[in-house]
Design a protein around this ligand. Structure first.
Ligand SMILES: *Cc1c(COP(=O)(O)O)cnc(C)c1O
Length: 395
């Protein structure tokens, strides 16, 4: 059994704060502070350039990738870290697209995160492909023989709706379509099984449920049956078979290493590596069970105390990730009032109040506190103050 009291103690959680926004930025694992300091003082400052070999910086993207692999149902040597998620989306979709040269359609859904859609729009323009966007419930019916790529974010960032990875991948393969799964709201949140679903490509970020810190590097996975065949369109020197041969022609490295692009962000990845220590004793089935327990308790609690809020997340736990959202026309001001009371969630336009539940550090007390404070804000209409209507740059 996973000891969630121990995992909770591994984080710095500011006093007086109920943190339900780990789906945007996970809190700081205590071990990360010391590890990053150690890297700065013991490695960068003393070893200088030799740190690439002596401190293992060069192989860090694959070593850290192996630790992420366990959490997403992938095997060792199949995941590599680097860049931002938007770049990894580009790499996966472009690689899949060139493997289906006779097809020109990329299918996605309107619940996808805008950055994924923007990347696909740009790629489509560059290569003469078409991005087709349908409603999330219509994806399955729209998997047809003219598609090259199915690009889906497993858990919807606004509603928390979870797609059935196995069923959609199976149908895609029946129609000769390659799948790209974005695990931004899945990795560290739900029990992902990439190999079990036989997905083709997957990508995700690490600053949300994996707690790697702001701007920690993204990951990419290619199914081993495709890893030596997938062409990295973004051909950087670190993905070359022999980067230090300084060859003028690009030859991709074997396997997933070809999805590296340029110099990895070692400081940020060191913080992420420390954050992954917290996952060592965590069983993903236990994580999923606790996530469902927390989200169920929150939904029931809010519905009982705040009847004006409309549930915006599937009621069936099997169809959602680890977040819950509610709608209210004054959602923005209500969220600002909540934050002022120490309950941190976030707001997504136009009217969505969003709460992430991270089993590693959230518990039943967090749920009760959030339910109680939210109920009181609505009962007293205390959200209706000028300062709570003022918009900041980041919501
Ligand atoms: C958070 C998120 C992103 C963010 O991409 P970055 O390049 O890391 O800023 C992209 N896609 C999805 C689905 C997300 O949830």
């Amino acid at each position: 059994m996973t000891d969630f009291n121990a995992t909770r103690r591994a984080f710095h959680l500011p006093a007086g704060i109920t943190y339900l926004d780990g789906n945007s930025l996970g809190p700081m694992p205590i071990g990360a502070e010391q590890r990053v300091a150690q890297m700065m003082v013991g490695e960068w400052s003393e070893m200088l350039i030799t740190g690439w070999n002596r401190a293992g910086w060069y192989h860090q993207p694959r070593k850290v990738g192996d630790r992420v692999a366990r959490l997403i149902g992938a095997g060792p040597g199949q995941v590599v870290m680097g860049d931002t998620l938007s770049i990894k989306v580009f790499q996966a979709v472009s690689a899949a697209r060139v493997m289906r040269p006779d097809r020109r359609v990329i299918l996605s859904d309107s619940g996808n995160f805008p950055s994924d859609l923007y990347v696909a729009q740009g790629l489509a323009r560059a290569v003469g492909a078409e991005l087709r966007v349908v409603a999330p419930e219509e994806v399955e019916a729209n998997i047809t023989d003219d598609l090259a790529v199915l690009m889906i974010t497993e858990v919807d960032y606004r509603t928390g709706r979870r797609h059935d990875m196995k069923a959609l991948t199976r149908k895609a393969h029946e129609h000769g379509v390659l799948t790209v799964w974005d695990l931004a709201h899945s990795a560290g949140a739900v029990d992902v099984d990439l190999l079990g679903a036989d997905a083709d490509f997957a990508v995700g970020c690490t600053y949300k449920y994996l707690n790697g810190g702001p701007g920690s590097p993204a990951f990419i996975w290619t199914n081993p049956r495709l890893a030596d065949e997938a062409e990295p369109i973004l051909q950087g020197w670190m993905g070359h078979a022999a980067p230090f041969a300084f060859d003028l022609e690009y030859h991709p490295a074997k396997g997933i290493e070809r999805m590296r692009v340029g110099t990895p962000p070692v400081i940020a990845m060191t913080g992420l590596d420390a954050a992954l220590d917290v996952w060592d004793g965590v069983d993903m089935a236990d994580l999923r069970a606790r996530s469902i327990e927390l989200t169920e308790a929150f939904i029931h609690g809010v519905e009982a105390t705040s009847p004006d809020l409309i549930l915006n997340t599937p009621r069936d736990p099997a169809q959602r990730g680890s977040q819950v959202s509610f709608r209210h026309p004054q959602g923005y001001a209500i969220m600002q009032a909540l934050i002022a009371e120490g309950v941190i969630g976030d707001f997504r336009a136009p009217d969505v109040l969003r709460f992430g539940f991270a089993p590693l550090y959230n518990d039943r007390d967090d749920v009760s506190q959030a339910v109680e404070v939210l109920g009181e804000i609505l009962r007293k209409s205390s959200w209706d103050r000028p300062e709570f209507h003022q918009k900041s740059a980041v919501t």
